[in-house]
Design a protein around this ligand. Structure first.
Ligand SMILES: [Zn+2]
Ligand SMILES: [Zn+2]
Length: 279
């Protein structure tokens, strides 16, 4: 996957999709990096792409041009974001550190997936590739070439309400694994409507959501511990009091049920032991 999908129109320096220009030399495009004229190749086998016109490459030139698929895609995503107004964002779940309550690897929801309107896109601010303003707050986007799942919270600019990682390689193929021949249109659709290739690296709310959930679990764990302690005392009683089947009647719901003579024996209908009496 290293075929160039986008190039500059020689006349306007606008970044265009190979799908939107005539084939061959008629494309009138130049390489955004080395400015050499390009040839639009729209064949049946490979995905459509631009190639440098060898006629214009100097014999002395030994280094091949470094303009790549990824650089072209990053440029186009930036252009689309600068021109756009809407972006879809994925959900964000974070794993909780275990405090020994119930299962490990519990995940907590930080934010739901959403499609938001943005304004004032700006390039290269707060250590991000692009900043979008969403509801008056600054959302940062960072482009990367391989999966990046975490980000050190300390390194994130406090101006940001959130940070989204965009995996450029995720756009190499569509969701069915096929090469994409109208990549510009696909990228536009992806930005606006897909959560694919995007992931949250940080959300300003993540710390407080996790703290709150951990606090809740600590409380539940403590309740469980004190209940166990109580049941432990009952177990001790079991050795001294004979246990036998006993009939109970719930005054609240008029339900008769079987239980044991000791213990709480709550009514199975009301889940309460306050209204039961032995019969
Ligand atoms: Zn080039
Ligand atoms: Zn009852």
């Amino acid at each position: 996957m290293n075929l160039i999908p986008f190039a500059y129109l020689a006349s306007t320096q606008e970044l265009v999709d190979v799908a939107d220009v005539p084939s061959g030399k008629d494309c009138q495009c130049v390489c955004p990096s080395c400015k050499i004229p390009l040839i639009a190749k729209k064949g049946m086998v490979k995905e459509w792409h631009f190639a440098h016109d060898s006629q214009f490459i100097d014999k002395e030139q030994t280094e091949p041009c470094d303009f790549s698929w990824a650089v072209a895609v990053k440029m186009m995503i930036k252009q689309l974001l600068m021109d756009g107004t809407e972006i879809s964002l994925p959900d964000y779940h974070m794993e909780l550190p275990s405090i020994g309550y119930k299962s490990t690897n519990q995940k907590v929801l930080i934010t739901k997936p959403s499609r938001v309107k943005y304004s004032n896109p700006t390039l290269k601010e707060y250590g991000c590739d692009i900043i979008l303003e969403v509801g008056g707050k600054k959302l940062g986007l960072i482009f990367f070439m391989s999966k990046k799942n975490t980000m050190d919270e300390q390194t994130i600019d406090p101006h940001l309400v959130g940070l989204i990682g965009v995996d450029i390689n995720g756009f190499a193929y569509d969701e069915t694994g096929k090469a994409i021949n109208h990549l510009r249109a696909y990228l536009k659709l992806s930005i606006e409507s897909h959560v694919r290739s995007k992931s949250w690296l940080y959300h300003a709310r993540q710390r407080s959501v996790i703290e709150k959930e951990l606090q809740r679990q600590r409380t539940l764990k403590n309740l469980e511990l004190s209940r166990d302690a109580r049941l432990g005392r009952n177990k001790a009683l079991d050795t001294t009091v004979d246990k036998f089947q006993s009939s109970w009647f719930c005054v609240a719901c008029k339900h008769s049920y079987q239980g044991e003579n000791i213990g709480l024996n709550p009514c199975p209908k009301c889940n309460s032991h306050f209204y039961r009496k032995a019969v």
